[in-house]
Design a protein around this ligand. Structure first.
Ligand code: GLV
Ligand code: MN
Ligand code: MN
Length: 414
């Protein structure tokens, strides 16, 4: 079933704006760290929209949320769609949100058209796609796919030293952690609608991206222990400045990523915590968090190896102690050709231009792919900007994505 006329998505646009205002920061900045006060209010808002659409809402032990439009054959595994609503510090309004509220809109469009799904269609809102609180991305989908085991989850702590156990309990999520792993066959197929977060679609004037592969993310945490002291009185010879060592590692990381010669290798040191962080005190301790990605897992690993080698070399030369902690190193994934074909057919029917592309960002689909065939549908975002308050997707782009998603969900659920 295809929505015929152009979609009017004014309601969806105001919901996106409403959700953007549920933030730890002043608009236009969106910050919603998982299990924080804004995240909980945002969850309540989205659940109320799902309930208003007649969906049956359930949550698992870590707050992954499932909103089901019951199909005529409820025993069949549902077709699912969804994404996340948590947002990194200083983010914008569309990352994840387009897949959640857009997914809900696709369901409402089909409801309005009088479509009766054979399989249930389920909207999934994943907990903590962003790594902000616990340092690891895709927490909820990792647990669904049992890639992060309950034992590993028990070890997670945030910067305040609070465990996942404490945080989820105070957010109202209880139940055994191992119940978050989905039984095999729980979903039939999964599609994630998302903004591209890169510049290609807009630059090439293409409406939709059909994602064939998702790049392999890794994160290495680095703890540097040097020697503090008085910034004026301690002379330069013999210093063990932890931040100076960190600076070398950041540059080594950049150079390792550039030296693969592949445009697909990217590396970032996005967190650098300095102790005691006083202008007249030599940094004694630094924690770096690095993010390394590639569509080629082996090439990504070569950058990780180069970074570890730089750690050993800098530690020996500067007399500081450097310990590393591999947070994650996930393989890349491929999307399902049959779902991609259904998305392509829907794009053609809707008269939308499209291209096959890879996702350099990671998504919950990377982990859902371990347990169910997945595909991703990208819409453009202005200037390729994401993870910034000026992230923007036009109403036309969003409407195209919702329309093609709706048509595809209808086909897969028939
Ligand atoms: C997701 O937010 C990512 O960092 O790719
Ligand atoms: Mn993101
Ligand atoms: Mn996202």
């Amino acid at each position: 079933m295809a929505p015929h006329a152009e979609l009017t998505i004014d309601g969806l646009l105001s919901e996106i704006t409403m959700l953007a205002h549920i933030s730890e920061a002043e608009p236009p900045v969106v910050t919603r760290v998982v299990f924080g006060e804004a995240d909980l209010r945002a969850r309540a808002y989205v659940k109320s929209l799902c309930a208003a659409a007649g969906l049956i809402v359930t949550e698992d032990a870590v707050g992954n949320t499932f909103a089901r439009w019951q199909g005529a054959e409820p025993d069949l595994a549902p077709v699912a769609t969804g994404s996340h609503i948590d947002a990194i510090p200083n983010a914008g309004s569309y990352d994840g949100v387009v897949g959640v509220l857009g997914g809900l809109e696709a369901i409402r469009v089909l409801q309005k058209l009088g479509f009766k799904p054979r399989r249930s269609i389920e909207l999934v809102i994943f907990t903590a796609e962003e790594p902000t609180r616990f340092g690891i991305g895709c927490l909820g989908s990792r647990m669904m796919a049992n890639v992060l085991t309950p034992q590993q989850a028990l070890a997670l702590r945030d910067k305040e030293g609070r465990t996942l156990e404490e945080r989820r309990a105070s957010a109202g999520f209880t139940g055994a952690l191992d119940s978050a792993a989905l039984p095999s066959g729980r979903f039939h197929q999964f599609i994630e609608l998302h903004i591209e977060q890169g510049p290609l679609l807009e630059a090439e004037g293409i409406d939709l991206g059909l994602v064939t592969h998702i790049a392999a993310p890794a994160s290495l945490r680095i703890h540097i222990e040097g020697e503090g002291g008085h910034a004026g009185a301690k002379l330069m010879p013999g210093r063990k400045d932890a931040l100076a060592a960190a600076a070398e590692l950041i540059l080594a990381l950049e150079s390792a990523a550039k030296s693969t010669g592949a445009i697909d290798t990217v590396a970032t040191a996005g967190v650098c915590e300095v102790f005691p962080s006083a202008v007249n005190s030599i940094p004694s301790r630094v924690r770096l968090e690095t993010d390394i990605r590639d569509i080629d897992g082996a090439r990504r690993d070569s950058v990780l190896d180069a970074l570890r080698a730089a750690c050993a070399e800098v530690a020996a030369r500067r007399g500081v102690t450097i310990a590393t902690d591999l947070v994650n190193a996930d393989p890349p994934t491929a999307c399902d050709p049959a779902i991609l074909a259904a998305l392509e057919e829907a794009a053609v029917t809707a008269g939308r231009s499209h291209k096959k592309m890879v996702s350099r960002a990671y998504h919950d689909s990377l982990f859902m792919a371990r347990i169910v065939p997945v595909a991703m549908l990208f819409i453009p975002c202005r200037g390729g900007i994401s993870h910034r308050p000026d992230e923007y997707a036009s109403p036309e782009w969003i409407a195209s994505g919702v329309r093609v998603l709706a048509t595809t969900l209808a086909k897969l659920a028939s």
